[in-house]
Design a protein around this ligand. Sequence first.
Ligand code: MTE
Length: 321
Amino acid sequence: MLINKPPGIRPSEITPESVFRNRRQLLRAAGLGGAGLLLGTGCSAEESEASGALKSLDVVKGSSFSTDEPMTDYEDITSYNNFYEFGLDKSDPARLSGDFKPRPWSVEIAGEAAKTGVFDLDDIIGPHPIEERIYRLRCVEAWSMVVPWNGIPLGDIIKRFEPTSRAKYVAFETVVRPSEMPGQRRGVLDFPYVEGLTMAEAMHPLTLLAVGLYGRELPNQNGAPLRLVVPWKYGFKSIKSIVKISFTETEPPTTWSLSAPREYGFYANVNPEVDHPRWSQAKERAIGGGVFSPKKPTLMFNGYAEQVASLYEGLDLRKNF
Ligand code: MTE
């Protein structure tokens, strides 16, 4: 998310993105990457190796919300990450999240709802079928991926907790565990990472609470064991490793709008017409497409305008970025 380098991190500790990408290209060229097509499994050879320890999930496929764009390789989705709790570099979450323990896991449900308390994750997701949703993820840094998420529509889960009429927003909070999350020990951001949605956004059928990807539980670097996925918003709204969900009357604070309010707003809808103060949002680079692949134009609401534009009628999207 392009923040200033915090004190205490030497420049040599941060792999420039170009070096990282070139390493991947070299592996590919040497036949060590992206072998999925050869196997014909739809997942890469690295997946079977890297995801070996992750439980496979019983997944209902064929959602009408899924895109038919080609999916990004498992290896790219799980090695090129933003998860500042584990560090700033894109390779840090995969490299440094080995000590993180996503089980047992509980989530606190709080605020304006009839049913609140601390619930075991299995009780929260247990009654629901897990769906496959193939969504585009568009990062505010102008890159994108296509990810086969496995999860449950957030609205289905929310309904069970019976939010009151005062619940206008839903706030989310990530776990704080400095002993397992090296980025938290360095104070890279103000933790816990917090995010929020309006109630209408949270209840929208596209909004997913993901528990897996490519038919297996989420790897730690992608937000195990439970993360949000809001496909029409910049990736930073999709908060990882959630431990608290609160229903609130007023707009909740969000990590990036707290740390750089001129650059990141509460809404953060993908919008090619509103530039980031430091770069254009008109185009994006597909992760895994190779360094020479042309950039693609970014679509309003990340291509989901038909489904979500009505949520923002009458709202000035330049002011409410
Ligand atoms: N959630 C937490 N807790 N911490 C983070 O640093 N990064 C966000 C989002 N969720 C982040 C987070 C950003 S900037 C992006 S682009 C997506 O996670 C990246 O998700 P991915 O690594 O699964 O692609």
